[in-house]
Write a protein that binds this ligand. Structure first.
Ligand code: SF4
Length: 73
């Protein structure tokens, strides 16, 4: 496999949390959790990754979602 995975990691009080990233989909039952949709498999399918703490986790592929709310600022 040659999938290039983003380095999702914990970073307390990061200024670029998954929460504000356009790739993140919030979990409907747990606001602290979500899923990252930034990654693709070789076949091009979305490869979701579980995010345990959307406020304190980040990666190098963080992109501000244009439509996301910005309560973290
Ligand atoms: S910061 Fe990285 S891991 Fe988090 S949602 Fe965005 S792309 Fe995914």
């Amino acid at each position: 496999m040659s999938v290039v995975a983003s380095q999702l990691h914990r970073e307390d009080s990061t200024c670029k949390p998954c929460r504000s990233c356009k790739w993140q989909i919030p979990d409907p039952t747990d606001p602290n959790s979500g899923q990252c949709t930034a990654n693709r498999t070789e076949a091009g399918a979305v490869w979701k990754r579980w995010i345990r703490d959307v406020m304190n986790m980040t990666c190098t592929r963080h992109e501000e979602g244009k439509l996301s709310f910005r309560e973290h600022v």
